[in-house]
Design a protein around this ligand. Structure first.
Ligand code: ADP
Ligand code: MG
Length: 348
């Protein structure tokens, strides 16, 4: 077998889990991150740290690899498209550009006749006054948000005025969905109508950060089928290669909405490591590196708990886990509030 070296941009826990999976497939990994303390350096074959605009460093990285992928969305489009001239970047840079912009992303989804919550672009304070029917809502930065960062719940025009937000960066106002549940679908697309799709995963957030995931999701057949169908249309329309996650809302009237798309492996899919024959990470590598597609088989029901901030401390002290428990410490240098530090998956 010819030896493959994969470049991964981004050095967080998703990068670590991709690197671990790669080892199993005999794929070498080189991680590039702008954070010199990136935890994924503990798991990859070689680590390069530099800014995402540093042409020299990026070149050094690209010269060492056969393919390039990424584990987070906020990479300058310029950088990805320059790399793509030298080595294949998958998913394609244009996919990343579309999805890293909340407005373009939502327009794209609606053009597929797939429901999202109602939304409008907000560029100056006077516009809010004409958007009262989107309240209560959530104001979100159009770019660079994650784990609820850059989001403001807005109940009234007065509340908006009192927040004094600088809107020049570009914002989107979304109508608040009265949530019954949140689910996600993880799909790995290999080629035209060739994909592996996982069953819907049920997710619970706390403070806009994912806290729990489980399979099976407690949903009816209509939602089960529709969420899968929508995820497939999205992946096909994007001509996507690799693993993608679609996050959904279900409202109290049992309507399904797409919340957002993550053009990468996803936190809610950590349980696929232990609950399926092939994890979302391995599937991503298989698709991006052109390896064989293996039919998915579910091995077990499962639940996953994210360990946020100092919740990790108690687990670090444990020396033994039950046979059906799988603890993962991301080895982040600093424990910070609201930071994902590790997770534990339990097969049930
Ligand atoms: P992030 O990019 O930070 O993941 P999301 O848009 O997915 O941002 O928001 C994070 C969480 O906040 C969602 O999973 C959901 O729990 C809540 N949330 C966000 N937007 C809405 C909305 N329009 N209605 C109801 N809940 C929302
Ligand atoms: Mg989200």
């Amino acid at each position: 077998m010819s030896e493959i070296t994969l470049g991964i941009i981004g050095g967080g826990q998703l990068g670590s889990m991709l690197a671990i999976s790669a080892k199993k497939l005999n794929i070498k990994t080189i991680i590039y991150s702008d954070d010199p303390d990136a935890p994924a350096q503990n798991f990859c074959n070689h680590f390069i740290s530099g800014s995402y605009n540093n042409k020299e460093k990026i070149k050094e990285f690209v010269n060492l690899v056969n393919y390039v992928t990424y584990e987070f969305e906020n990479i300058p489009f310029e950088t990805l498209s320059e790399i793509n001239k030298l080595k294949p970047v998958l998913p394609k840079p244009s996919v990343n550009r579309l999805i890293q912009h909340r407005l373009a992303e939502k327009d794209f989804i609606n053009n597929l006749n797939i429901r999202t919550t109602r939304y409008a672009s907000v560029e100056n304070a006077s516009e809010i006054k004409s958007l009262e029917d989107l309240l209560p809502g959530i104001l979100k930065t159009t770019t660079l948000g994650y784990d609820g960062k850059g989001q403001y719940p807005i109940n009234s025009i007065e509340e908006f005025d009192s927040l004094n937000i600088d809107l020049s960066k570009g914002y989107i106002l979304e109508k608040l969905v009265k949530l019954k549940k949140e689910i996600s679908i993880i799909i790995t697309r290999f080629n035209v109508q060739k994909y592996e799709i996982y069953e819907p995963i049920e997710n619970k957030h706390e403070d806009q950060i994912l806290k729990f995931s489980k399979i099976p999701a407690d949903i009816d057949k209509k939602i089960y089928d529709q969420s899968k169908e929508w995820a497939i249309s999205i992946a096909e329309e994007l001509k996507y290669v690799g693993t993608l996650c679609v996050e959904f809302f279900i409202d109290r009237n049992n309507n399904l909405y797409v919340n957002e798309i993550a053009p990468r492996v996803h936190n809610s899919g950590h349980l696929t490591i232990n609950a399926f024959n092939v994890s979302q990470f391995e599937n991503h590598l298989r698709a991006v590196c052109g390896l064989e597609q293996i039919p998915l088989e579910k091995l077990s029901n499962a639940k996953m708990v994210n360990l946020i901030g100092d919740q990790i401390s108690a687990y670090r002290k444990l020396t033994q886990f039950k046979e059906n428990e799988f603890f993962f410490d991301y080895l982040k240098k600093e424990v910070k509030e609201k930071r994902k530090m590790g997770h534990i998956t339990t097969l049930v």
